[in-house]
Design a protein around this ligand. Structure first.
Ligand code: 6R9
Length: 647
């Protein structure tokens, strides 16, 4: 029996949603989704309000997902223009740089003007509705400006995390056929420089990137870079003389807003496509209710805009709600381990949202750096990205939140657009490690390996049985892959790729990915991507990659590598291979362990048995299970022996 942390009655008293509201609205939302989501759509400003609310089939043979399909709106106008009368002078963005001396406040009026000027810039450079624009920027306000400017004119943005390599950037540019890239000269992280523009230059020498006509460069550090005329243009130059007036393009609710690439169990990352109306209804509503948002809140989500959390809960949800958002371009440990809490005090942050990996890294430094700060302003704490272990949850609650502040553990995915399973802090009692109960309109189910729904207390795979407005609509350029990935495994359901346990109270406990995706520090890495980077090395014959427990990152990457005949594994070669993955994909994909494997455990049909490799990586050789179906069971013995030496 796990512990319960009941809702604080004083919090509930002022909360937007209390226990009885939650129960009533949840029942209504699943009994009458059309009525519920029609009402919720009224939170936005529509140019043409929708009358057709939901048109969905999860049948793989006839798959379609449409929300508000006859409605028209503009997402940027909803995030900016409609606030100008009432919130024009309210701070939209508080920018906090990597260097604690750097702070900038931008009002809604100023942000609106900057977005309009940049939207006009894009138009002058030939960008029109439906064109793709790649954004490869640090966590600076210009990233939000670029996203909103695209939304304003109907261009589809594709943000690429600044930690990704030129190779990864190139493959995303090639897949989306982007016409324009927005970057900065350099980024800074923990005092170190990141050569963003040089990475763009390198990526544009790779195949299939010649769709790019223009590169816009924000001057961030002033570091030396190469500007190639006429392709490369400075942001401050192209913005000169642009009008701060730019009409917002009327967009259909189902017009694409953005694509964001995410790793799956097979092949290259896929471009998850989100559309306009449903996405904004869903992200703004979930943001408002899960954080119990009030007008004077100062909200800080530490995620980078390169991830879905940065899209939905740094930019679109909060700005649609007219919130004050902190944008942080730094890291938790720079200049020291107190930084998060110093920023909380400095800007009087009330709502704080981060990842379990950051919490664990800070927890390891002890309570001192936290206790050195006040944190009195905090009202709600949130976590996202991976299951949070109860020890880290309790530390977050007791030390960071002084046992006073509720924690919302929000389970969701790039594909879901917004929160799916999350407590509402005034309504739902908490259990450390559980994402608790579904959000309005979300119907989760636990199924066994054959797809049979399991009732009551159960463990199995997590599926969602019906659509919600924030759901992704397709894989960019590959609709069949969308159907195959999410709707074929358990026909009639959306398959999340996660394992789950539902307890006797109906609470959901996400147990992690059940597919070949590794969750490293809350970031998804496909085993196939790492393997293909490893086998690209001339000395490597074969590679198999699995996740293994990691104290800070949650999961680490464990690679088994078979070398070509005649090659032998040395420490230098190990370093070289790890470096080549880093170069190919980015630092976040670099293996933590690399074990030489004379052979890999395979079935007689040649399929690598990852289940067995996982147990070896976890150092649980007594739990290998049945290995009798292997082509050569002897392989396992040698891998286990090697593991015991290397562990
Ligand atoms: C938002 C985001 C999605 C995967 C998801 C799951 C894991 C995210 C979680 C969580 C347990 C939580 N995940 N939040 N697991 N509890 N609160 O992280 O999107 O990068 O697409 O990752 O992350 O495994 O399937 P994304």
């Amino acid at each position: 029996m796990s512990e319960k942390y009941p809702v604080d009655p004083a919090f509930a008293e002022k909360a937007r949603i209390r226990k009885d509201d939650y129960e009533r609205l949840y029942t209504e939302s699943v009994r009458d989704p059309e009525g519920f989501w029609k009402r919720m759509s009224e939170r936005l400003d529509w140019i043409v309000p929708p009358t057709r609310i939901k048109d969905v089939s999860f049948d793989p043979a006839n798959l379609h997902i449409r929300w508000y399909e006859d409605g028209q709106l503009n997402v940027a106008a909803n995030c900016l223009d409609r606030h100008l009368d009432t919130r024009g002078d309210k701070t939209a963005i508080i920018f906090e740089g990597d260097d604690p001396g750097e702070t900038r406040r931008i009002t809604y009026r100023e942000l609106h003007a900057e977005v309009c000027r940049f939207a006009n810039t894009l138009k002058n450079l030939g960008i029109t509705k439906g064109d793709r624009v790649a954004i490869y920027l640090p966590m600076i306000p210009e990233a939000a400006v670029a996203m909103l400017a695209c939304a304003r004119i109907g261009a589809i943005h594709s943000v690429v995390f600044g930690g990704f390599s030129p190779e990864s950037l190139a493959s995303r540019i090639a897949d989306s056929k982007a016409k324009l890239v927005i970057t900065a000269d350099e980024g800074t992280r923990g005092g170190k420089k990141i050569p963003l523009k040089a990475n763009v230059d390198e990526s544009l020498t790779k195949p299939n990137t010649n769709s790019v006509e223009t590169v816009i460069v924000v001057r961030r550090t002033g570091g030396a870079i190469h500007m190639q005329s006429p392709r490369d243009r400075w942001y401050h130059t192209v913005m000169e003389g642009q009008s701060a007036h730019c009409p917002a393009e009327p967009m259909n609710a189902e017009d694409p807003l953005f694509t964001l690439y995410t790793s799956g169990s097979t092949g290259q990352p896929k471009g998850v496509l989100h559309t306009s109306g449903g996405y904004l209804v869903y992200t703004s509503l979930t943001h408002e209710l899960a954080f119990d948002l009030r007008e004077d809140d100062v909200y800080w989500c530490t995620a980078d805009v390169g991830w879905i959390t940065g899209h939905s809960y740094v930019v679109y949800g909060p700005l649609a709600n007219g919130a004050t958002v902190v944008m942080f371009d730094g890291v938790p440990h720079y200049p020291d381990y107190s930084r998060f809490w110093q920023v909380v005090d400095k800007h009087q942050v009330t709502l704080f949202y981060t990842a379990p990996t950051a919490i664990r890294a800070l927890m390891r430094e002890g309570d001192g750096p936290v206790k050195a700060t006040s944190r009195k302003s905090l009202r709600v704490l949130g976590t996202v990205g991976e299951p949070i272990n109860p020890e880290a949850w309790k530390w977050y609650h007791e030390v960071v939140g002084d046992s006073r502040v509720p924690i919302v553990d929000t389970w969701w995915q790039t594909e879901t657009g917004g929160f799916m399973i999350t407590p509402l802090p005034g309504a739902v009692d908490l259990k450390p490690g559980s994402a608790t109960l579904p959000f309005f309109g979300v119907v989760p189910a636990v199924v066994d390996a054959d797809g049979k729904p399991l009732e009551g207390e159960a463990s199995g795979n997590l599926v969602i049985t019906d659509s919600w407005p924030g759901q992704m609509r397709t894989v960019y350029g590959d609709h069949q892959r969308f159907i195959d990935t999410y709707f074929k495994t358990y026909p009639g359901n959306y398959f999340t790729g996660d394992g789950v346990r539902r307890d006797a109270d109906g609470y959901y406990w996400i147990t992690g990915r059940v597919d070949d995706v590794i969750n490293v520090s809350g970031h998804r890495i496909g085993t196939a991507e790492v393997e293909s980077a490893l086998v690209a090395h001339p000395k490597v014959a074969e590679a198999a990659v699995v996740g293994c427990p990691h104290e800070i990152k949650g999961q680490g990457i464990y690679a088994f590598v078979t070398l070509n005949a005649g090659e032998s594994g040395s420490d230098e070669l190990r370093k070289e291979l790890i470096a080549s993955v880093r170069k190919d994909i980015g630092a976040l994909a670099a293996p933590d362990h690399l074990q030489w494997a004379p052979g890999l455990p395979k079935t007689r049909s040649g399929k690598i048995m990852r289940r067995i490799l996982r147990k070896i990586a976890e150092n649980q050789p007594d739990q290998l299970g049945d290995i009798s179906t292997l082509a050569d069971p002897g392989v396992v013995k040698s891998l286990v022996e090697e593991r015991l030496v290397k562990a």
